[in-house]
Design a protein around this ligand. Structure first.
Ligand code: ZN
Length: 251
């Protein structure tokens, strides 16, 4: 039973490492996802502003066309004004000329307004594009880092799972099942040592009688407080001083 607990302790060490590696992988991926989503927000803004700039440019072009056509018409009318001798006709055309001039002034003001708008849009676009370029560099760096970490982790995990496979057949199925059920509920830790009568999982002092039973090492015991499987830490020291180079021993 003592050896089985020691083997299970090895499995526990591997499982903690596996859990850490997986958490690390998840956290770097999460960081990358955040960076990418931030870059995407900017990309969408750039797209919206680019569309706005195009709409504004189109408006300017249309207005400029109108102004030009109107100016052409004005020149013709003004030439005709000089030739008109009839007073009523002259007044009527004069009014038309004034109206047309007013419309053109308004259109020109509008053009200036649109141009100012477009300048602002372009300024903002410049800023955003600089920011996007920076964030794209950050994303690329982070992505390379994630790929490296994932690659390294894959190798480490494969090695650890292999070591685990070697240990598993040595542990009774019922014990393994209990261990798995506990670690599921207890932050990945199903088995802990007891040092000086204290559970290293929850720090509780074991009842003396249970501590005595534990030191015999011939039964499976659980901490009355955290329910984790417990074993006496002296077994580890015995193992270290006795059988060296055991399967599953840490490098
Ligand atoms: Zn405990």
């Amino acid at each position: 039973m003592r050896q089985q607990l020691l083997d299970l302790h090895e499995v526990q060490k591997i499982d903690v490492e596996i859990r850490e590696i997986e958490n690390q992988g998840a956290s770097v991926s999460e960081k990358l996802a955040k960076l990418e989503s931030s870059a995407n927000v900017i990309r969408t803004e750039v797209k919206t502003l680019t569309e706005q700039r195009e709409t504004t440019s189109r408006e300017i072009k249309t207005l400029e066309g109108t102004v030009q056509a109107e100016a052409h018409k004005l020149r013709k009318w003004e030439a005709r004004l000089n030739e008109i001798r009839n007073q009523r006709e002259y007044l009527a055309l004069s009014r038309e000329v004034e109206g047309s001039k007013r419309a053109n002034r308004e259109a020109e003001e509008k053009i200036l307004e649109f141009m100012a708008q477009r300048d602002q849009i372009e300024k903002k676009l410049d800023e955003l594009q600089d920011k996007l370029a920076e964030e794209e560099v950050d994303c690329a760096t982070e992505r390379a880092g994630v790929e490296r970490v994932v690659g390294e982790n894959r190798e480490r995990l494969a090695g650890m799972k292999k070591r685990r496979e070697v240990l598993l057949p040595k542990i009774p199925r019922a014990l393994l099942k209990k261990y798995d059920a506990i670690r599921e509920k207890r932050l990945g830790v199903g088995l802990v040592t007891v040092v000086d009568g204290c559970c290293q999982g929850c720090n509780m002092k074991l009842p003396p009688q249970l501590y005595n039973i534990l030191q015999r090492g011939d039964s499976i015991e659980q901490c009355p407080s955290c329910q984790r499987i417990i074993f006496w830490d002296h077994f580890l020291a015995d193992q270290a001083s006795g059988a060296k180079g055991q399967v599953g021993a840490s490098p």
